[in-house]
Design a protein around this ligand. Sequence first.
Ligand code: ATR
Length: 342
Amino acid sequence: MMASVGRMKLGSQGLEVSAQGLGCMGMSDAYGSRKPEEEMIAVIHHSINSGITFLDTSDVYGPHTNEILLGKALKEGMREKVELASKFGNIVLEEGKREIRGDPAYVRAACEASLKRLQLDCIDLYYQHRIDTRVPIEVTMGELKKLVEEGKIKYIGLSEASASTIRRAHAVHPITAVQLEWSLWSRDAEEDIIPTCRELGIGIVAYSPLGRGFLSSGPILLESFPADDRRKTHPRFQPENVEHNKRIFERISEISTRKGCTPAQLALAWVHHQGNDVCPIPGTTKIENFNQNIGALSVKLMPEEMVELESLALDVKGDRYPSLTHTWKYADTPDPSTWNGQ
Ligand code: ATR
């Protein structure tokens, strides 16, 4: 029998979501080319019918095709059942370069384009995907606030934002959720960002809670990487680091065998145990894995098991990304007085 999925409050503005979400990126991007549309719609519908109604996308996934997929999936009575999150401002340019934008004209145009692709009138939670360090966060927030007032978005989120940016943004309009990478092998946000969110009553959405599949499958995962899998460029997935990091997976495996659950469930349960303000959003393209991930909600961890898990993941080798330029480490923005409108 499938475990039942509880609900949780995300942030302090009234948003309620399923206690676990579904990351949809891998359906269209990052982990090999786009997956068959019908199959992905079946996964999304299965998720909604199982009570995992908090769906996570971005305009950059694909780019654009992931939102189009969700637009198709959210027909026939499905829209009303979900809390849909999308994101803007992380733009993939040709020849693999990226541009980050948070200027007001861009924010508005991006939101309107996302609404069209999603075939919706309103996005429940709209995140700035990456912080534009050329634009004062107050300026970006000013436009997002207008979008809330116009009913185009309900709640505002930030992803990969620094503590100072979160604080300044929250002073303009309440931030409902901060999305960040948080898992057994990515814990650096615990120092500053997570306490800031807690102080301000902001919900925490943990992305890549399975370490992009490494914590659930270990080194064997690398054998099945398609040619265009983005993890091939990630430091933690380089052979010399995998040789070291595989010990983390081996220990997770051993503990999960002892607990009678799977490594994926154990890694996810660790995130669930961080508090009732934390919602992990594992990504999957497979119903079988999805069902397993729901099972994490019924794995109970004792304080000593938490400590045991944490000790093993302390010495991971390799950064989270090939470059940390667009992460919270470099996400402070200029003073509002410097903004000249462009
Ligand atoms: P992201 O947030 O980047 O999607 P993640 O949630 O940490 O990262 O991990 C996603 C990866 O874990 C995907 O490669 C997914 O593969 P499938 O689409 O094949 O499922 C994999 N994954 C998800 N749940 C899993 C499970 N229960 N067992 C094994 N692998 C799983």
